[in-house]
Design a protein around this ligand. Structure first.
Ligand SMILES: Nc1ncnc2c1ncn2[C@@H]1O[C@H](COP(=O)(O)OP(=O)(O)O)[C@@H](O)[C@H]1O
Ligand SMILES: N[C@@H](CCOP(=O)(O)O)C(=O)O
Length: 317
């Protein structure tokens, strides 16, 4: 009997300078896994079982779980293209905290769609699947944005095009950048953190946003890494969101003093990240964040890099 497992990594939405259009996958350098997993196998009727360290924080009923919604959405898309589906049993290992800024819902969504697509012998191509992932992410967070689902699915650092094909472009990776990331343990709802943002930005902010994104993409392609890091500043969301994050200003001050190239909010927070040009600097910042930024026993931190690979799927060993 076919039984598959998909693993979908955590991700940094926005990467400070690219609100809703830039994202990066995350992989701890110690080789541990940071992401949700979805198992799938044939069954007489559909079911979803949830396990893992954050399963108890999910909605109690399977119907409210985004993975169940992915299954129904996937089946409806299959029907539209005249393809049959049969019931499956799915198991979600909920390894990412909810409302963490690590693309938790995106990780579940991407793992679910990749597992379903593989189970039914790959009926949909990458752009079609990404569009479906964005749709489900939009249902849960209040508006469609691809900056978590895209890097989670394809890996690397991704820039959204606004087109349906290709949905996303992959940017060059800086091999010697290390990301100190820390989840404080509190929950910030993405929908609520979007609601507090102004609906319009002024001309000066729009010009800074465009200039930074243009310079960043050029600098990465030219290998001018310091120039790229110099424009990793959030002029859209951080000024409004940082008030939700106790210890944010102090964490930034410490990281900058330790030589971090950039510091910002991962997605809508509360996770923060510091970009460093050595693993040792990232480890020192992680040690500070462990002691000063974490608020409760759910918090954690890691030194990460951006993996080239995104979601993986294969037979359950
Ligand atoms: N599999 C799932 N993973 C994460 N959140 C889920 C899942 N299924 C349903 N939810 C609900 O979706 C919402 C996700 O909140 P959100 O703030 O967008 O989280 P995140 O920023 O971590 O993706 C929560 O209300 C959560 O209960
Ligand atoms: N671009 C989005 C990213 C949200 O990421 P999450 O990990 O907090 O869901 C935003 O900034 O609202």
């Amino acid at each position: 009997m076919k039984a598959l497992r998909a693993y979908a990594p955590a991700s940094i939405g926005n990467v400070s300078l690219g609100f809703d259009v830039l994202g990066a996958a995350l992989a701890p350098v110690d080789g541990s896994r940071l992401g949700d997993e979805v198992d799938i196998e044939s069954a007489d009727t559909f079911s979803l079982t949830t396990v893992g360290p954050f399963a108890h924080k999910l909605p109690g009923d399977a119907d409210s779980n985004i993975v169940t919604q992915c299954y129904h959405y996937f089946c409806a898309q299959m029907e539209k293209v005249g393809k049959a589906t049969s019931p499956v049993a799915m198991t979600l290992s909920k390894n990412l905290p909810i409302g963490s800024g690590l693309g938790s819902s995106a990780s579940s969504i991407v793992a679910a769609f990749v597992a379903l697509n593989a189970f039914y012998d790959y009926p949909f191509d990458e752009d079609t699947l990404l569009t479906m992932m964005g749709e489900l992410e939009g249902q849960i967070s209040g508006s469609i944005h691809y900056d978590n689902v895209a890097p989670c699915y394809v890996g690397g650092m991704t820039l959204m095009t606004g087109a349906t094909s290709p949905v996303t472009l992959s940017l060059p990776l800086v091999k010697d950048w290390y990301y100190a990331i820390c989840y404080s343990g509190i929950s910030v709802s993405t929908a609520a953190a979007r609601d507090i943002l102004p609906k319009q930005v002024d001309m000066a902010t729009a010009l800074t946003f465009g200039r930074q994104l243009g310079v960043f993409v050029h600098a990465l392609n030219a290998g001018e890494n310091d120039l790229a890091a110099s424009v990793m500043k959030d002029v859209i969301a951080e000024p409004y969101r940082k008030q939700l994050l106790p210890g944010f200003d102090e964490a930034r001050a410490f990281s900058e003093q330790e030589g971090a190239l950039a510091f910002g909010i991962s997605g809508s927070g509360p996770t923060v990240f510091a970009v460093c040009d050595s693993k040792e600097k990232a480890q020192r910042i992680v040690a500070y964040l462990d002691e000063h930024y974490i608020q409760n026993e759910d918090g954690f931190s890691h030194v990460c890099q951006i993996p080239e690979q995104g979601t993986t799927v294969g037979p359950i060993a």
